[in-house]
Design a protein around this ligand. Structure first.
Ligand SMILES: [Zn+2]
Length: 235
Protein backbone atom coordinates (compact mmCIF):
# COMPACT_ATOMS: atom_id res chain seq x y z
CA UNK A 1 0.00 0.00 0.00
CA UNK A 2 1.15 3.51 -0.61
CA UNK A 3 0.01 6.50 1.38
CA UNK A 4 -1.32 9.43 -0.58
CA UNK A 5 1.05 12.37 -0.54
CA UNK A 6 -0.37 15.67 0.58
CA UNK A 7 -0.07 16.90 -2.98
CA UNK A 8 -2.34 14.13 -4.13
CA UNK A 9 -5.18 15.44 -2.03
CA UNK A 10 -5.77 18.04 -4.72
CA UNK A 11 -9.07 17.49 -6.39
CA UNK A 12 -8.84 16.08 -9.91
CA UNK A 13 -10.34 19.21 -11.50
CA UNK A 14 -7.38 21.26 -10.25
CA UNK A 15 -5.06 19.09 -12.28
CA UNK A 16 -4.52 19.19 -15.99
CA UNK A 17 -6.91 16.82 -17.63
CA UNK A 18 -6.33 14.71 -20.69
CA UNK A 19 -8.76 14.07 -23.48
CA UNK A 20 -10.58 10.74 -23.15
CA UNK A 21 -9.04 7.54 -24.49
CA UNK A 22 -5.58 9.01 -24.63
CA UNK A 23 -4.06 6.24 -22.53
CA UNK A 24 -4.15 2.99 -24.49
CA UNK A 25 -3.44 -0.41 -22.99
CA UNK A 26 0.03 -1.65 -23.87
CA UNK A 27 2.61 -4.38 -23.34
CA UNK A 28 6.07 -3.49 -22.13
CA UNK A 29 9.43 -4.81 -23.32
CA UNK A 30 9.60 -6.79 -20.08
CA UNK A 31 6.25 -8.48 -20.80
CA UNK A 32 3.96 -6.51 -18.48
CA UNK A 33 0.39 -5.86 -19.51
CA UNK A 34 -0.58 -2.29 -18.66
CA UNK A 35 -4.30 -1.69 -18.56
CA UNK A 36 -6.32 1.50 -18.09
CA UNK A 37 -9.57 0.95 -16.25
CA UNK A 38 -9.68 4.75 -15.98
CA UNK A 39 -7.67 7.37 -17.81
CA UNK A 40 -4.81 9.14 -16.08
CA UNK A 41 -6.00 12.59 -15.06
CA UNK A 42 -2.68 14.28 -15.75
CA UNK A 43 -1.72 14.28 -19.42
CA UNK A 44 1.84 15.39 -18.66
CA UNK A 45 2.52 11.83 -17.53
CA UNK A 46 3.70 9.27 -20.05
CA UNK A 47 3.06 5.89 -18.38
CA UNK A 48 5.07 4.02 -21.02
CA UNK A 49 8.12 6.10 -20.21
CA UNK A 50 7.69 5.62 -16.46
CA UNK A 51 7.26 1.86 -16.67
CA UNK A 52 10.18 1.54 -19.09
CA UNK A 53 12.24 3.34 -16.48
CA UNK A 54 11.07 0.88 -13.80
CA UNK A 55 12.08 -2.02 -16.05
CA UNK A 56 15.43 -0.37 -16.71
CA UNK A 57 16.10 0.11 -13.00
CA UNK A 58 14.78 -2.98 -11.25
CA UNK A 59 16.63 -6.23 -11.95
CA UNK A 60 14.44 -8.71 -13.84
CA UNK A 61 14.24 -11.22 -10.97
CA UNK A 62 12.55 -8.55 -8.82
CA UNK A 63 9.83 -8.05 -11.45
CA UNK A 64 8.95 -11.74 -11.76
CA UNK A 65 5.89 -11.63 -9.51
CA UNK A 66 4.13 -8.93 -11.52
CA UNK A 67 2.31 -9.50 -14.80
CA UNK A 68 -0.26 -6.69 -14.86
CA UNK A 69 -0.51 -3.02 -13.92
CA UNK A 70 -4.02 -1.57 -13.76
CA UNK A 71 -4.58 2.18 -13.60
CA UNK A 72 -7.83 3.47 -12.21
CA UNK A 73 -9.83 4.37 -9.17
CA UNK A 74 -10.59 1.46 -6.83
CA UNK A 75 -12.83 1.35 -3.76
CA UNK A 76 -9.89 0.04 -1.70
CA UNK A 77 -8.22 3.42 -2.09
CA UNK A 78 -10.89 5.15 -0.08
CA UNK A 79 -11.53 2.31 2.34
CA UNK A 80 -7.85 2.21 3.28
CA UNK A 81 -6.80 5.80 2.51
CA UNK A 82 -4.20 4.62 0.01
CA UNK A 83 -3.53 5.20 -3.68
CA UNK A 84 -1.93 1.93 -4.78
CA UNK A 85 -1.81 -1.73 -3.76
CA UNK A 86 -0.52 -5.10 -4.89
CA UNK A 87 -2.68 -8.20 -5.18
CA UNK A 88 -2.00 -11.57 -6.85
CA UNK A 89 0.38 -10.54 -9.62
CA UNK A 90 -1.24 -7.18 -10.32
CA UNK A 91 -0.43 -3.63 -9.27
CA UNK A 92 -3.46 -1.39 -8.82
CA UNK A 93 -2.32 2.19 -9.25
CA UNK A 94 -4.33 5.39 -8.91
CA UNK A 95 -5.08 7.28 -12.12
CA UNK A 96 -4.57 10.47 -10.09
CA UNK A 97 -0.84 11.12 -10.03
CA UNK A 98 0.98 14.37 -9.41
CA UNK A 99 3.81 13.73 -11.86
CA UNK A 100 5.99 10.99 -13.33
CA UNK A 101 8.24 10.84 -10.27
CA UNK A 102 5.18 10.25 -8.15
CA UNK A 103 4.03 7.39 -10.36
CA UNK A 104 7.50 5.86 -10.53
CA UNK A 105 7.64 5.87 -6.74
CA UNK A 106 4.25 4.12 -6.50
CA UNK A 107 5.15 1.38 -8.99
CA UNK A 108 8.48 0.57 -7.30
CA UNK A 109 6.83 0.63 -3.88
CA UNK A 110 4.08 -1.82 -4.84
CA UNK A 111 6.52 -4.16 -6.59
CA UNK A 112 8.35 -4.42 -3.27
CA UNK A 113 5.19 -5.86 -1.68
CA UNK A 114 5.10 -8.57 -4.34
CA UNK A 115 8.50 -9.78 -3.08
CA UNK A 116 7.54 -10.34 0.53
CA UNK A 117 6.23 -13.85 -0.12
CA UNK A 118 8.94 -15.25 -2.44
CA UNK A 119 11.73 -13.56 -0.47
CA UNK A 120 10.02 -13.59 2.93
CA UNK A 121 12.59 -15.82 4.56
CA UNK A 122 15.51 -13.84 3.14
CA UNK A 123 14.08 -10.53 4.31
CA UNK A 124 12.56 -11.45 7.66
CA UNK A 125 13.87 -14.90 8.62
CA UNK A 126 16.79 -13.78 10.82
CA UNK A 127 14.65 -11.09 12.57
CA UNK A 128 17.32 -8.43 12.05
CA UNK A 129 15.06 -6.05 10.16
CA UNK A 130 12.29 -6.58 12.68
CA UNK A 131 14.63 -5.78 15.59
CA UNK A 132 15.91 -2.69 13.81
CA UNK A 133 12.34 -1.54 13.17
CA UNK A 134 11.26 -2.14 16.79
CA UNK A 135 14.24 -0.22 18.17
CA UNK A 136 13.19 2.69 15.99
CA UNK A 137 9.60 2.41 17.11
CA UNK A 138 10.71 2.60 20.76
CA UNK A 139 12.68 5.75 20.00
CA UNK A 140 9.66 7.15 18.25
CA UNK A 141 7.49 6.36 21.26
CA UNK A 142 9.85 8.35 23.50
CA UNK A 143 10.09 11.26 21.08
CA UNK A 144 6.32 11.51 20.72
CA UNK A 145 5.73 11.15 24.46
CA UNK A 146 8.02 14.13 25.09
CA UNK A 147 6.09 16.07 22.46
CA UNK A 148 2.87 15.36 24.32
CA UNK A 149 1.48 12.61 22.07
CA UNK A 150 0.70 9.93 24.64
CA UNK A 151 -0.31 6.86 22.69
CA UNK A 152 -0.07 3.36 24.28
CA UNK A 153 3.41 1.85 24.02
CA UNK A 154 1.98 -1.56 23.03
CA UNK A 155 1.02 -0.10 19.65
CA UNK A 156 4.64 0.87 19.01
CA UNK A 157 5.77 -2.70 19.75
CA UNK A 158 3.38 -4.26 17.24
CA UNK A 159 4.98 -4.69 13.81
CA UNK A 160 1.72 -5.32 11.96
CA UNK A 161 -0.33 -2.66 10.22
CA UNK A 162 -2.94 -1.14 12.52
CA UNK A 163 -5.44 1.32 11.13
CA UNK A 164 -5.84 3.32 14.35
CA UNK A 165 -2.12 3.65 14.85
CA UNK A 166 -1.72 4.65 11.21
CA UNK A 167 -4.37 7.34 11.69
CA UNK A 168 -2.64 8.51 14.87
CA UNK A 169 0.66 9.00 13.02
CA UNK A 170 -0.82 10.34 9.83
CA UNK A 171 -3.51 12.63 11.20
CA UNK A 172 -3.07 13.22 14.91
CA UNK A 173 0.67 13.83 14.84
CA UNK A 174 0.58 14.64 11.13
CA UNK A 175 3.22 13.72 8.56
CA UNK A 176 4.73 17.19 8.41
CA UNK A 177 5.50 17.27 12.11
CA UNK A 178 6.39 13.58 12.14
CA UNK A 179 8.81 14.11 9.29
CA UNK A 180 10.81 16.57 11.42
CA UNK A 181 10.69 14.41 14.55
CA UNK A 182 11.80 11.31 12.63
CA UNK A 183 14.88 12.76 10.97
CA UNK A 184 17.73 10.27 11.20
CA UNK A 185 15.44 7.58 12.63
CA UNK A 186 13.20 6.64 9.71
CA UNK A 187 13.72 7.62 6.08
CA UNK A 188 10.11 8.86 5.88
CA UNK A 189 7.01 9.07 8.07
CA UNK A 190 5.37 6.23 6.16
CA UNK A 191 8.31 3.95 7.03
CA UNK A 192 7.09 3.96 10.64
CA UNK A 193 3.65 2.60 9.71
CA UNK A 194 4.44 -1.13 9.95
CA UNK A 195 7.29 -3.56 9.38
CA UNK A 196 6.07 -4.22 5.85
CA UNK A 197 5.99 -0.53 5.02
CA UNK A 198 9.42 -0.15 6.62
CA UNK A 199 10.65 -2.66 4.06
CA UNK A 200 8.66 -1.15 1.17
CA UNK A 201 9.77 2.44 1.76
CA UNK A 202 13.40 1.28 2.09
CA UNK A 203 13.16 -0.76 -1.10
CA UNK A 204 11.71 2.24 -2.93
CA UNK A 205 14.40 4.56 -1.60
CA UNK A 206 17.09 2.08 -2.71
CA UNK A 207 15.94 2.31 -6.34
CA UNK A 208 15.03 6.00 -6.30
CA UNK A 209 18.30 7.30 -4.87
CA UNK A 210 21.21 5.25 -6.20
CA UNK A 211 23.86 6.63 -3.84
CA UNK A 212 22.10 4.95 -0.85
CA UNK A 213 23.90 7.20 1.63
CA UNK A 214 20.98 8.08 3.87
CA UNK A 215 19.38 4.66 3.71
CA UNK A 216 22.58 2.85 4.64
CA UNK A 217 23.10 5.16 7.60
CA UNK A 218 19.53 5.19 8.89
CA UNK A 219 18.57 1.53 8.28
CA UNK A 220 21.74 -0.59 7.99
CA UNK A 221 20.06 -3.97 8.52
CA UNK A 222 17.36 -3.23 6.00
CA UNK A 223 20.01 -1.95 3.62
CA UNK A 224 21.86 -5.30 3.83
CA UNK A 225 18.69 -7.11 2.82
CA UNK A 226 18.13 -4.75 -0.10
CA UNK A 227 21.68 -5.37 -1.31
CA UNK A 228 21.00 -9.09 -1.13
CA UNK A 229 17.73 -8.77 -3.07
CA UNK A 230 19.46 -6.72 -5.74
CA UNK A 231 21.78 -9.65 -6.47
CA UNK A 232 20.99 -12.78 -4.44
CA UNK A 233 23.69 -14.81 -6.17
CA UNK A 234 26.52 -12.47 -5.33
CA UNK A 235 26.07 -11.94 -1.58
ZN1 LIG B 1 3.08 -0.21 0.98
Amino acid sequence: MTRMHLLRLKMPQQMKTSSPAENKDFYTAGGLHVYFKDQLLNNDIDPERVIAKVEGTLPAHLRDEIDTIIFGHFDEFEERNINAFYDSGALYISNVQHDEADLYDDVIHEISHSLEVPYGYDIYGDQKVKKEFLRKREHLYNILWKEGFKYPKSAFLDVEYDKEFDTFLHQEVGYEKLSNLLTGLFISPYAATSLREYFATGFTDFYLYPNHGALKKVSPQLYNKLLYLYDPKRT
